[in-house]
Design a protein around this ligand. Structure first.
Ligand SMILES: Nc1ncnc2c1ncn2[C@@H]1O[C@H](COP(=O)(O)OP(=O)(O)O)[C@@H](O)[C@H]1O
Ligand SMILES: [Mg+2]
Length: 267
């Protein structure tokens, strides 16, 4: 059923208060945002401002204290299985081969094994994992493992994908390769992507929209739209428009980092 509204995902007054050692800790202040179908949207903000908490809520893994999450207009609060989600600490299962890791999402959804493998193998080939189907995660480089984890998330076959700092642990060169690879994947599959990063260059290079969150407890401080042509090119990273946007975001974030540090000193 096609939803009449223009938002693929709508976050409506979502907040989260955790109870920790008998004290209430606000992880996320009331947050509302709408994400249009097919957009690539990033969230940046200081550590601890509630980015992962928001993702956990969207994925239905953590109940919000207030608010709703709508997917195609239907409330999905507390329901898993509506979005593909690559957690910040995403791990491939070490006892499964790369192929068996990649088909896991389809396995969970009940896709027959043969069919799952038939879908996975050409994608592994296209996305640089050819010949590694029978290898185990520890035998692969960090970049390859991340590609496998991303393919697994993708093959879970949801319209919306949440990626929480997926490239945070990679070296600079691998990271750039992975960013281009992700953009290719996004263009090929037409997914709606929500992406958390602490890397401003990465946010600009990849995104249509960037939400800047305040220091803890987080809320939306600003939304910035990146008006750069697609497909994005390496040269874009040094263009005047890119630099201007980067400086703008750096200033916004610097204020929030300071707030976060001050808070740490006080508590
Ligand atoms: N399960 C939990 N119980 C208690 N506090 C939590 C829990 N998960 C997150 N928090 C707290 O909520 C805040 C936001 O965390 P998180 O969403 O992980 O931030 P981010 O991803 O932006 O770094 C932090 O102060 C964190 O300690
Ligand atoms: Mg996080």
């Amino acid at each position: 059923m096609e939803h009449a509204g223009r938002h693929k995902i709508e976050i409506d007054g979502v907040s989260k208060i955790f109870r920790k050692n008998g004290k209430d800790v606000t992880a996320l202040q009331e947050t509302s945002l709408g994400i249009e179908r097919g957009r690539f949207v990033s969230i940046i903000g200081p550590s601890g401002c509630g980015k992962s908490t928001l993702f956990n809520i969207i994925a239905g893994l953590v109940p919000p204290s207030t608010g709703r999450v709508l997917a195609d207009g239907a409330n999905i609060v507390g329901k898993t299985g509506h979005v593909g989600y690559m957690l910040q600490k995403d791990m491939l299962l070490p006892w499964r081969t790369i192929l068996d890791n990649i088909v896991l999402g389809m396995e969970i959804r009940g896709v027959p094994r043969r069919q799952a493998v038939e879908r996975a193998l050409p994608l592994m080939e296209r996305y640089g994992l050819k010949g590694f189907d029978r290898h185990y995660p520890k035998e692969l480089s960090g970049g390859m493992r991340q590609r496998a984890a991303l393919l697994r998330t993708l093959l879970y076959d949801r319209d919306v994908i949440l990626l929480d700092e997926p490239f945070g642990a990679l070296d600079a060169q691998t990271r750039i390769t992975m960013q281009n690879w992700l953009l290719q994947l996004w263009a090929d599959f037409g997914k709606t992507v929500l992406f958390v990063t602490h890397d401003i260059d990465e946010a600009i290079y990849l995104s249509d929209d960037i939400y800047v969150f305040t220091a803890r407890p987080g809320r939306i401080k600003t939304k910035v739209t990146v008006n750069m042509e697609r497909p994005r090119k390496q040269e874009d990273l040094t263009s005047p428009a890119f630099m201007e946007l980067k400086n703008h975001l750096l200033k916004l974030l610097a204020v929030e980092q300071r707030t976060a540090q001050d808070e740490e000193k006080i508590s």
